[in-house]
Write a protein that binds this ligand. Structure first.
Ligand SMILES: NC(=O)c1ccc[n+]([C@@H]2O[C@H](COP(=O)([O-])OP(=O)(O)OC[C@H]3O[C@@H](n4cnc5c(N)ncnc54)[C@H](O)[C@@H]3O)[C@@H](O)[C@H]2O)c1
Length: 253
């Protein structure tokens, strides 16, 4: 097994936790970040039975000082970072975009867009110097959303932030080639903590989305882990700048 060091943001819940379990099962060491220390500890406990090393980093990915310290701790412990998965993100309550308070707009853009940019900024600079890793010195995987391709009313600012993540992925792919690959995953409708475990919100979104899903079921957090495992692996070395939907058949572009 070819063990890698992989940093996952937002690993205390949902997709982040599911990816941590899958990648730990595959023998990788993990740097796990989340704002929520309880969720992060819970994820780490779920990895107990795997023979891997973990480093927990509690903090906000939109805070530059925290991000710089997280990247510095990562390299201090592991020396190399093979893969960064920019996963942490927030939704926000369903609101028409013109009714959104300024502070909510800023928080959504800070977490969903500034965060991945900041973490990549400091991680990629180090990845570029990893000459011992050949032919690829590092991989970046951004968790975007189909909402970034087909903007969704009521989660309009979220859609804008994810469209920005898609653009960021393409810019980074071009700027960091040929030694660093950058791809994005666009999930569809998956039951995770992003719906705040609010049964009414979940029902509202699922009623709408179920009608649109060709494969006629709502996604789980685990549904994206196989694709992520492929993007982590050498099998995806000839891919960069790709924005991949994994949504049960909703968006076709
Ligand atoms: N669930 C879906 O249907 C869906 C669909 C498309 C895309 N996504 C994206 O998937 C990613 C993961 O979301 P999820 O659905 O697993 O939700 P989730 O709420 O279960 O997990 C998100 C995690 O990110 C953490 N987080 C939030 N803000 C943070 C910050 N500033 N710094 C560090 N950690 C922070 C949260 O504490 C939480 O543990 C997000 O980027 C989300 O936009 C989710």
């Amino acid at each position: 097994m070819n063990s890698k060091n992989i940093l996952i943001t937002g690993a205390g819940s949902g997709f982040g936790r599911a990816m941590a379990i899958r990648l730990a099962k595959e023998g990788n060491n993990l740097i796990l970040n989340d704002l929520n220390s309880e969720g992060l500890k819970e994820t780490n406990n779920l990895l107990n039975s795997y023979n891997i090393e973990t480093l927990l980093q509690v903090g906000d990915i939109s805070d530059s000082k925290f991000v710089q310290s997280m990247i510095s701790d990562t390299f201090y412990k592991f020396k190399l970072l093979h893969v960064l998965i920019n996963n942490a993100g927030i939704g926000g309550d369903p609101t028409n975009i013109i009714d959104l308070p300024d502070a909510v707009m800023e928080r959504i853009m800070n977490v969903n867009f500034k965060g991945p940019w900041l973490v990549t900024k400091y991680a990629a600079k180090k990845m570029k110097t990893q000459r011992e890793l050949k032919p690829i010195r590092g991989k970046i995987i951004n968790i975007a959303s189909i909402a970034g391709k087909d903007p969704t009313p009521l989660i309009g600012m979220y859609s804008c932030s994810k469209a920005a993540v898609i653009a960021l992925t393409k810019v980074l792919a071009k700027e960091l080639a040929p030694r660093i690959t950058v791809n994005a995953v666009c999930p569809g409708f998956h039951v995770t903590g992003i719906y705040k475990n609010d049964p009414n919100l979940i029902k509202e979104f699922l009623d709408i989305s179920n009608k649109k899903i060709l494969l006629k079921r709502i996604g789980t957090a685990e549904d994206i882990t196989g694709l992520v495992s492929f993007l982590v692996s050498e099998d995806s070395n000839y891919m960069t700048g790709q924005i991949i939907n994994i949504d049960g058949g909703v968006v076709f572009h």
